[in-house]
Write a protein that binds this ligand. Sequence first.
Ligand SMILES: C[S@@+](CC[C@H](N)C(=O)[O-])C[C@H]1O[C@@H](n2cnc3c(N)ncnc32)[C@H](O)[C@@H]1O
Length: 205
Amino acid sequence: MRSAVEYCHHLLRERLLPGDLAVDATAGNGHDTLFLAQLIGPEGKVFAFDVQAQAITATGQLLQRRGVPEHCYTLIQDSHTTLAERLPAAAPGKLAAVIFNLGYLPGGDKTIITCARTTLPAVRTALALLRPGGLLLLVLYPGHAGGAEEAQVLRGFASGLLPRQWQVTEYSTLNARNASPSVLVIEKAATGFRPGQESQRCQLQ
Ligand SMILES: C[S@@+](CC[C@H](N)C(=O)[O-])C[C@H]1O[C@@H](n2cnc3c(N)ncnc32)[C@H](O)[C@@H]1O
């Protein structure tokens, strides 16, 4: 069975194409940023956010070690709540994928964690920026303090999205002994919303 992160990578591998734009909303040690950069190649670009300098440094070093050209990524030491301001003006409606691998930095300060108060507005923004057919992935970790509450808020939000415009699924282990990670997958409908069709524009809850 695939782990939660492996499942995300499986979906991203199926969906992303060379030249795409993607966001890693929680760069951490850079593994997801690297994976995205490798999928979308030298014509694409990844924007990676993290509030911690340690994470941004680790991500930059990993990308350099693995030979990812600098023009293929932008590392942003800031909260993912600044997503809309930090992306180029042309990005809205063009993002192929956004991943939020939540929780704390492995090997880092376990008191610095993502929380629903900031994750939820960032998810709303990210959904609005996705292209038709784009994918938003949330890796939920209910096992650490605050993680279950964050997962509950995000699940509640995602399950209320309009089904004509969003497909929402969850990948989780039902028979795990302890609270195990799961993945919320939110996919934007593939048909674009044409200008003038206001009633069909994405309505985020
Ligand atoms: C589980 S780690 C991410 C793992 C990472 N994607 C990887 O591949 O190694 C979660 C990260 O979220 C970061 N974080 C916490 N709050 C954040 C926020 N508001 N905006 C951006 N990053 C945040 C933490 O600093 C931490 O590095």
